[in-house]
Every structure is written in structure tokens, then in C-alpha cells.
Design a protein around this ligand. Structure first.
Ligand code: TA6
Length: 300
């Protein structure tokens, strides 16, 4: 049996969940429940689509995204581990770590109430040991229901402590980023990556009127994006995360990304649930850490 038929015979849920060939010939899980639909690629354990019945797709996907081994998918929810952004002191290291460009194993697929939960795992390999010497296990559970819940567990399976950064780098689908208002981060300190990493304090709601790349520190707050054009609010609640990253590339950065359309930047806004910079996680031998993001959409 090929991968698809083996996966379907072992894990499919008739009428709810099946495995299929997605973009670029990559294998994806397709969930079609009465409440919501979703796609999750085994490549990078990457959620590329979530749509609650009666609402528009919650996630933005670039029309120019690559779907290829070793390459990041542009849009949806890239899974970032074990470092965020460029790796300090290692120019050869892939941006945002290696988890999003490696194949993950499927561990479980089950119906829990009116949700469907898929569990995927990443364990050490030659590809990870090249960058990260310690033994770890990532277990990622995606629950698709009236909201989209993501739980990323990091297990230290080695005999020594290690520290890591992580992020669920969510690309939200918005009507026009110039019209949205982002609430929940007022009063927080952020690192401004468009201003030589200057540390600033957020005053009131965030509006996007130029390239925006901000790492908000020491915040466990829920963030809400009010989108007047779509007349809805995207709500990102979280647990086990002390960092929230807000990113829109705007005009010039959009032009500089080959896997992103020049005209796509107004329709996306990244609200990233993370532990990064000052909030990197130190994990003792044998310890585990869980980070949860719950994404929902409400009518305005
Ligand atoms: O989270 C914001 C950010 O760190 C930006 O600086 C930008 O690099 C973005 O991530 C996308 O990174 P990527 O490696 O996916 O192109």
C-alpha cells in the first residue's frame, strides 16, 4: 500500500477525515465536519486552511506559496521551533528553525465531541541533529471545531537542559490590513524589528500603516483583530505563551518575497503565538512545556 492508502486505512474517519494528495504532491489531512473544514499537511505539520461553516476562511494562504520538501509553506500556520527568526550567530541556519520544513508523523486522528483532533509528532533525525544536538519530541495536536485549537508540546528527552524559542506563526485572512484594529497589547513592551530592535511601549490598539514587525514581550493576553471590511473579529487566545508577534510586510518586503504576491499584503496579518527573545523557554532534562493557541471568529 502507498502512504495514502496506508494512512487512510489506519486513521481515516468516514465522512469526517481523510488523507489526500495536496499541492505539490504533498500529503495532507482533509477534515470536513458539519462545523468546520481544514487542511493539515504532514510537511511541517502545517495547517493551511480552516473555515468555520458560515464564515470566510480564517487563514491567509499566498497564491505563490511553495509546496516542496525542505521549503516553508507561505501562509496558514507555520510551526516555528527551536529558534525564532534568524538563528543568533549562525547565518547558515534556516530562518525560524527546522520544524516547519520537515515531514511529521501522524500519531492519532479522532472525533472528540463535535471536534476532530489530529496529533502529529517530530522526533530527532540527522536533519535536526545538524542544528540541535539534544533529544526532544514535539507533539502537536490540532483540534478542528467551532474554533481552531493548536497545542504544541515540547519534551526534553535528553539528559541535559536546553532552551528553545517557538511560535505558531498564524497568517490571518483580513479584508484590508489598513482598516483593521488590533486590541489586547496596549501597555506592553515590544521589540520593533523595523527600528533596529528598539524597545517601545504599545499605546492603545495597533493600526497598520507601514511595514510592521513587532515582538510583544511578557504578554499572555488574548488578541482580537477587528476587521470592518469583513465585519468580523478574529480572536487569538493562548496559554503557555508569553510572546505575541505582529507582522505585515507591507509593499517593499512583499515585493522582496518570491513566494508571496506583490499585491497580497493588504489581505494578511500575522498574529503569532510564541515564546521568543526574552521569553525563550529553558527546559530541564525530562521536562515538558505546552503552548496553546485557540483561534476563533465572531461577527462584528
Ligand atoms: O514573524 C515575523 C517574521 O519574523 C518577519 O521578520 C518575517 O521574516 C516573517 O517572520 C516571515 O519569515 P519567513 O522566514 O517565513 O519568510
Amino acid at each position: 500500500m502507498n502512504d495514502l492508502s496506508a494512512l487512510n486505512s489506519r486513521f481515516s474517519l468516514p465522512g469526517l477525515l481523510k488523507f489526500e494528495t495536496g499541492e505539490g504532491g504533498l500529503t495532507r489531512v482533509a477534515v470536513t465536519s458539519g462545523i468546520a473544514d481544514a487542511h493539515i499537511y504532514l510537511h511541517g505539520a502545517h495547517v493551511t486552511h480552516y473555515q468555520r461553516k458560515g464564515y470566510e476562511p480564517l487563514l491567509f494562504m499566498s497564491g505563490k506559496s511553495l509546496f516542496a520538501e525542505g521549503k516553508a509553506i507561505r501562509g496558514g500556520i507555520p510551526l516555528i521551533f527551536p529558534w525564532f527568526g534568524a538563528r543568533a550567530g549562525d547565518a547558515a541556519a534556516p530562518a525560524h528553525g527546522f520544524a516547519r520544513t520537515l515531514p511529521w508523523d501522524l500519531r492519532a486522528a479522532k472525533q472528540i465531541g463535535d471536534s476532530v483532533a489530529i496529533t502529529l509528532a517530530l522526533e530527532p533525525s540527522d536533519a535536526t541533529r545538524r542544528w540541535f544536538a539534544q533529544d526532544f519530541e514535539l507533539i502537536y495536536t490540532v483540534s478542528i471545531g467551532a474554533s481552531l485549537q493548536l497545542v504544541l508540546e515540547v519534551h526534553n528527552r535528553s539528559s541535559t537542559p536546553f532552551s528553545f524559542e517557538e511560535a505558531l506563526h498564524t497568517y490571518c485572512n483580513v479584508g484590508d490590513v489598513r482598516q483593521v484594529s488590533i486590541e489586547g497589547l496596549s501597555g506592553r513592551t515590544y521589540i520593533d524589528k523595523t527600528a533596529a530592535l528598539a524597545r517601545k511601549t504599545q499605546a492603545g490598539p495597533i493600526r497598520i500603516s507601514s511595514e510592521t514587525d513587532r515582538v510583544y514581550l511578557d504578554t499572555t493576553e488574548t488578541v482580537a483583530v477587528s476587521d470592518p471590511m469583513k465585519r468580523q473579529r478574529i480572536v487569538v487566545a493562548k496559554r503557555g505563551s508569553s510572546t505575541t508577534v505582529i507582522w505585515n510586510p507591507w509593499i517593499d518586503k512583499a515585493k522582496g518575497m518570491a513566494d508571496f504576491g506583490d499585491d497580497e499584503w493588504p489581505r494578511m496579518l500575522c498574529i503569532e503565538t510564541a515564546n521568543a527573545a526574552d521569553n525563550a523557554v529553558q527546559l530541564q532534562a525530562g521536562q515538558s512545556h505546552a503552548m496553546t493557541a485557540t483561534l476563533g471568529v465572531e461577527r462584528e
